[in-house]
Design a protein around this ligand. Structure first.
Ligand code: CMP
Length: 138
C-alpha cells in the first residue's frame, strides 16, 4: 500500500494513439492502477475540474482543449506517488521536460502536454473523487 495520485491522459495523447504506451510506462515505473476510465469531458466538467485556474489567461484554451476529445482518468498508487509521478511525467512545459519523461516523449506544447498529475496528496484525493465514485476505486 502506498499513497495515491491522480492522472489524466489528455486528448492530444489519446488522439495520437499513445494511451497504451503511457499506461505501460506508468506500470513499469511501479504504479498500481486503483481506478481507470475513458470518457469525453463536457466543457462544463472540464471547467469545473480546472476551476483553480479560472483567472489564468489560458483557462478558456485549457477548457476547450480538455473537452476536445476522449481522456483516460486514473488513480495510481505507489509509495511517494505524487512526487514520483511528477518526476515520471516531467515539467509542465515539454520543452523543459527531462529526457525519457512522458511529456518529453509524447507532449507537443505547454497547453497540449499529454498528461496531468496531481500536485499534492490532498488534491490527488479531491481529483480522484471528481472522476470516480467509491465503487470505482480499488
Ligand atoms: P496540468 O498539469 O493539467 O494543470 C494545468 C494545465 O494548464 C497544465 O497542465 C497545462 O496543460 C495548462 N497550462 C499551464 N500553463 C499554460 C500556458 N501558459 N498556456 C496554456 N496552457 C497552460
Amino acid at each position: 500500500m502506498g499513497n495515491k495520485t491522480f492522472t489524466i491522459i489528455k486528448p492530444d495523447a489519446t488522439r495520437k494513439g499513445h494511451t497504451g504506451a503511457i499506461l505501460a510506462q506508468i506500470n513499469s515505473a511501479g504504479f498500481k492502477i486503483a481506478a481507470l476510465k475513458m470518457l469525453h469531458l463536457s466543457a462544463e466538467k472540464a471547467g469545473e475540474f480546472y476551476a483553480v485556474h479560472r483567472e489564468r489567461p489560458f483557462y478558456s484554451e485549457l477548457v476547450e482543449f480538455m473537452s476536445s476529445g476522449p481522456v483516460v482518468a486514473a488513480i495510481l498508487e505507489k509509495q511517494n506517488a505524487v512526487e514520483d509521478f511528477r518526476t515520471l511525467i516531467g515539467a509542465t512545459n515539454p520543452a523543459q521536460a527531462a529526457e525519457g519523461t512522458i511529456r518529453k516523449l509524447y507532449a507537443a506544447s505547454i497547453g497540449e502536454n499529454a498528461v496531468h498529475g496531481s500536485d499534492s496528496n490532498s488534491n490527488a484525493l479531491i481529483e480522484g473523487d471528481f472522476f470516480f465514485n467509491k465503487l470505482e476505486q480499488f
